[in-house]
Structures are given as structure tokens and as C-alpha cells.
Write a protein that binds this ligand. Structure first.
Ligand code: BJ8
Length: 422
């Protein structure tokens, strides 16, 4: 594998600390992913990306920067990638998913902030992630309190624009959201030096819809029994999509979907027919957070769907491609992004409806609602999720977890008992 130390040094990274991270990842990945049997051949691409996760894509991004393109680091599904892509910018997701980055985050944040935020701040300030070093501008949003305060800290270190998210979905809130997208467009135009026109915005909408459709095709294959791909592998595909080139992402996902469709025709699965099927819902699972999937899929069940931001929310709902004028396009973007049902909204009944709809569509035997520690939004919503699923006759297990592995055995015991009763 190419030695990337020179590149990381030029990015101002802490090489010694970063080497520690690089030393543990291959073993973790091998144990969790490569130990699976009968994986689709299409996963070879994603395995290759992970094998040089801080090398291949960062090197590409640096090349693009040399050509004058700007890289935008984002942390939330509400930030409309289309605007950035239309201005010839590149989007890279920056949510931290490893415990490795948490201690550096805790140097500036209270301990009782969710690990996703602590890891994201820690990855930047600890200088141990190339993506956090490469991004020319970060885009924050006013979703949860922890993130809002984290932007103030990160903003001292890197150019940062904050999108003011509505907290409700009334007509006036959506109008305000369109105003925010307009302002974001201006910020991106100034930063990149490229005007967003109706033409390039249309092309960006089509491209990102293509990515959604290709990934949704992979997701749809999970409705089959036997299941042609593990939940872990679909999670990995989704996590990688956040920083990959959108066209390549769509091509790889389509190729994978074709293979899965052939598997379905031939009755080939990665778990025996009749394996218990779990829908996961809750907080997002940023790479390399594979904990819950691994526990579930080594406890006798399969994850067939994720109602979360590293799941269906990323692949469902296309932006209307018909408007060809700027006003209509911005409205279409606002409409599509407001179909995401994050717990930062009130009320958020749409999420409950989504969970029930998806549990039925993916023939789930049960739902596991997983909350990252200190995320009060999803933690509070657990009550409504439980109540609605009980009323719908769908078994549900609510869990809370952190990024470290100290609770893994306890979680396994609870998951095994849940699967047993399905
Ligand atoms: S649209 S889920 S990506 S906000 S887990 S940081 S909410 S305390 S990540 Fe999210 Fe956008 Fe919503 Fe999705 Fe805060 Fe909760 Fe932490 Fe969270």
C-alpha cells in the first residue's frame, strides 16, 4: 500500500497519534467484516476503500483542491449537497464515529455531550483525521444543542458556515428554510467563485438523485428472504457514500444491486432463510461505528433496514427534477430535505410513521431503537417509538450505547434475549 505519511505531514496531522489509529482499524475491520461468509463480490470496492481509508479519497480530494475546487465538510443530512455540487464544490461527510477521537473532544467539551459530537471535534482539534484537515469550509446546522455549541469551538479553527434549521415544519418554517438555502447558495458561490445557475443546479439534482436511486436499489434487495447482503455491508456502503465521489458511488451501488438481484433470483442469501429480521432506528452510525450491527448479526439475527441518517433517510425521497428555474428548484430542495424526520423537530410524528412503514416493507420481526449516550432528542423520542410500535404489534427493544466497547457484552445479552422472543 502507498505510504501516505508525507501527505498526512503536509496536512499538519499528528502522525504519531494517527499511526495508533491506523494500527487498530485493519484488525477491527477484519474481525467484523472479512469474517462474514459468502459476501457479495461487489463489496470488494468498499473493502478496498477501507483498507486505505485515510489515503485514497484524501489524496483525490487534495488533487481536486490543486485544480481549484473547494471541499466542504458537512455533519448533517439537512445540508443540501446539491448547492455545493452545482458550484463545482465537493462534499465530504465529517461525523466522527470512533472512540479514538473522543478524548480530544472532551478536552474542550463537557463529558455529557454525545460521542458523535465529541469525536467530530476531537478529530479536528487532535489533528488525527485527514478529512477534517482537508475540508476548506465546514457547514454546521442548528439541529441539537451540542452541535450548536461545537460550531463555536470549531469555528475558531476553520471557516464555518451555519445553516439555521427550522425546528417545526409549518409553512412559515419551510419558507424560512428556503431563505437559509438561498443564503447558503450565496456563501458557496463566494467561497468557490462559481455561480450556481439553474443549469448546473439541475445537473447536481439529477446526479444526487442518481446516487439515491442506486443506493435505494441496494436497500430494496434486503426485503428478500433469504437476505442477499448483510446489514453490516449495507451500512458500510452507506458510510462510504458520505465521502465518495457521487457518480462513482452510484455506479458501485448499481453494480452491487445487480449482483444482489441475481442472488435473489437464485435464492442465495448470507443468512439462512427465516433468520429473524431487525429494523434499527435511532441516532446515526458514522464510520467506523459498526457496533450494533455486529452485535445483532453475531447474535442470530440480520439487520434488514436502518431508519436513521446512515440509512433510509440518506436514500429515500428524490428532489423533484422538473423545475428548471431557480425559484422552483430551491423550493424542490426545501421540500425534499424537509421530508427527513430527525428528532430535532417538534412534533416529529413523521419518524414514527416511517419506522412502522419501513418495518412492514422490510418484513422486520422486531425493531431495535438505539440511542447514542447523551442524545436527549432521540432518547426522549424513544417513548413515542415504543408506544407506537407496541400499538402496531411490532416488538421493540430500546437501547443506549456509547462509542467505547465496555457495554458490548451487556448489549449482546439484551439483544440475544430480544431475538430469542421474536
Ligand atoms: S438529521 S440525526 S445528522 S442532526 S446523535 S449530534 S442529534 S446529540 S447527529 Fe443528526 Fe442531522 Fe438529525 Fe441526522 Fe445531536 Fe443526537 Fe448527537 Fe446527533
Amino acid at each position: 500500500m502507498t505510504d501516505r505519511h508525507e501527505m498526512w505531514k503536509e496536512l499538519g496531522m499528528d502522525l504519531e497519534a494517527h499511526d495508533t489509529l491506523c494500527a487498530v482499524l485493519p484488525t477491527a475491520f477484519g474481525d467484523i467484516f472479512l469474517s462474514q461468509e459468502n459476501r457479495p463480490e461487489g463489496m470488494a470496492f468498499y473493502d478496498m476503500v477501507v483498507s486505505d481509508i485515510h489515503g485514497i479519497r484524501p489524496a483525490e480530494l487534495i488533487e481536486e483542491q490543486k485544480r481549484g475546487r473547494k471541499i466542504f465538510g458537512t455533519f448533517c443530512l439537512y445540508v443540501p449537497d446539491e448547492i455545493i455540487v452545482a458550484a463545482d464544490g465537493i462534499v465530504t461527510g465529517l461525523c466522527g464515529g470512533s472512540q479514538f477521537w473522543v478524548p480530544d473532544g472532551e478536552k474542550v467539551l463537557p463529558k455529557n455531550v454525545c460521542p458523535l459530537i465529541k469525536a467530530s471535534v476531537g478529530a479536528r482539534l487532535g489533528r488525527t483525521c485527514p478529512f477534517f484537515r482537508i475540508a476548506d469550509m465546514y457547514v454546521g446546522e442548528t439541529t441539537c444543542d451540542g452541535k450548536k455549541k461545537a460550531w463555536e469551538i470549531l469555528g475558531e479553527d476553520v471557516p464555518l458556515h451555519i445553516m439555521d434549521m427550522p425546528q417545526m415544519k409549518r409553512v412559515k418554517d419551510i419558507e424560512k428554510w428556503i431563505g437559509e438555502i438561498k443564503e447558503f447558495k450565496q456563501v458557496v458561490e463566494t467561497f468557490t467563485g462559481h455561480e450556481v445557475t439553474a443549469e448546473n443546479l439541475h445537473a447536481a439534482i439529477v446526479l444526487l438523485n442518481k446516487r439515491r436511486k442506486a443506493m435505494a436499489r441496494v436497500y430494496a434487495c434486503r426485503k428478500a428472504d433469504p437476505i442477499p447482503i448483510s446489514g453490516k455491508d449495507v451500512l458500510l456502503m452507506t458510510q462510504i457514500a458520505f465521502f465518495d465521489d457521487p457518480q462513482r458511488c452510484a455506479d458501485q451501488a448499481n453494480a452491487l444491486a445487480e449482483e444482489l438481484e441475481r442472488r435473489i433470483d437464485a435464492g442465495i442469501g448470507v443468512f439462512p432463510k427465516g433468520t429473524k429480521r431487525i429494523l434499527l432506528t435511532g441516532t446515526p452510525m458514522a464510520i467506523p461505528n459498526w457496533k450494533m450491527h455486529h452485535i445483532i448479526e453475531t447474535s442470530g439475527a440480520a439487520v434488514v433496514c436502518e431508519e436513521c441518517c446512515t440509512g433510509t433517510r440518506y436514500v429515500e425521497h428524490l428532489v423533484d427534477e422538473r423545475p428548471m428555474m431557480m425559484e422552483g428548484q430551491l423550493q424542490a430542495l426545501a421540500d425534499r430535505y424537509m421530508k427527513n424526520n430527525c428528532a430535532c423537530f417538534t412534533p416529529n410524528k413523521g419518524r414514527i410513521d416511517d419506522i412502522i412503514r419501513l418495518a412492514e416493507a422490510y418484513h422486520a420481526d422486531g425493531v431495535i431503537d438505539v440511542n447514542l449516550k447523551f442524545c436527549t432528542l432521540y432518547d426522549t423520542e424513544k417513548r413515542d417509538v415504543k408506544r407506537a410500535l407496541k400499538a402496531a404489534g411490532i416488538p421493540v427493544l430500546s437501547l443506549e450505547t456509547d462509542y467505547d466497547d465496555t457495554d458490548a457484552e451487556q448489549l449482546r445479552t439484551r439483544v440475544e434475549a430480544f431475538i430469542e422472543m421474536l
